[in-house]
Design a protein around this ligand. Structure first.
Ligand code: FMN
Length: 197
């Protein structure tokens, strides 16, 4: 069956230039304003268009607006104390989350499927995170994929985000206004990572 909404392949220099120069913005430099709901829906639609073996959709999104981010930031102190986290590693994310205008939590939410092992579903969730970063950058927003002790703690993510025991946070993508253009970071040397056969 032909899907007429898919354009035939031709060289897309703008897309290629984007992929060859794309760069996240450090989360601590992202400030308001952030995207409104309509802009976010475009970004989320692009992110959801991600390779997913068996079309299981083993991921979901939680959008944190300003108030939700302030609540998240405020909950870090008690959780950090419970987990014995060093004060500096509590303060750092607390500052980032309190200043961020918007963040999307990508929740890995595996489905029962005999032919699609959990690891493939997890890869798909990771791919969604990158697509989300790229869609935000391509729309002109600063974006950063972050994690941290809080995003990996089941009690914290259950209490703050409603993440269930079967799920995990794959990534938290902050999206907002660019505070600075970071210098390029070293990129892998292809000669070290590619085997040509
Ligand atoms: C799973 C995952 C978790 C990450 N967590 C953090 C984090 O907590 N803090 C941080 O500064 N960067 C974190 N990063 C790194 C940044 O998202 C990003 O990879 C880095 O800034 C380079 O991005 P770029 O290739 O878009 O320039 C994480 C990356 C991944 C893939």
């Amino acid at each position: 069956m032909t899907d007429t909404t898919i354009p035939p392949l031709t060289r897309n220099d703008a897309a290629l230039d984007f992929l060859l120069t794309r760069r996240s913005r450090p989360a601590k430099t992202i400030k308001g304003p952030g995207p409104d709901r309509a802009a976010l829906e475009t970004i989320l639609t692009a992110a959801a268009r991600t390779p997913d073996h068996g079309a299981l959709v083993p991921w979901r999104f939680i959008v944190l607006g300003k108030e939700a981010l302030e609540t998240y930031a405020g909950a870090l102190q008690a959780a950090g104390e419970r987990l014995g986290i060093e004060q500096g590693n509590i303060d750092k994310p607390a500052t980032v989350y309190a200043q961020s205008p918007c963040a999307v939590v990508v929740v890995y939410s595996p489905k029962d499927a005999a032919k699609v092992p959990a690891i493939e579903q997890q890869y798909s969730a990771g791919a969604v995170c990158l697509s989300l970063v790229n869609a935000a950058l391509a729309t002109g927003w600063a974006a950063s994929w972050v994690s941290g002790w809080h995003s990996h703690d089941p009690q914290f993510t259950a209490e703050q985000l409603g993440v269930t025991a079967d799920e995990k946070v794959a990534g938290i993508i902050h999206i907002g206004t660019e505070g600075m253009v970071p210098p390029e970071r070293p990129r892998p040397d292809l000669s070290q990572i590619v085997t040509w056969k």
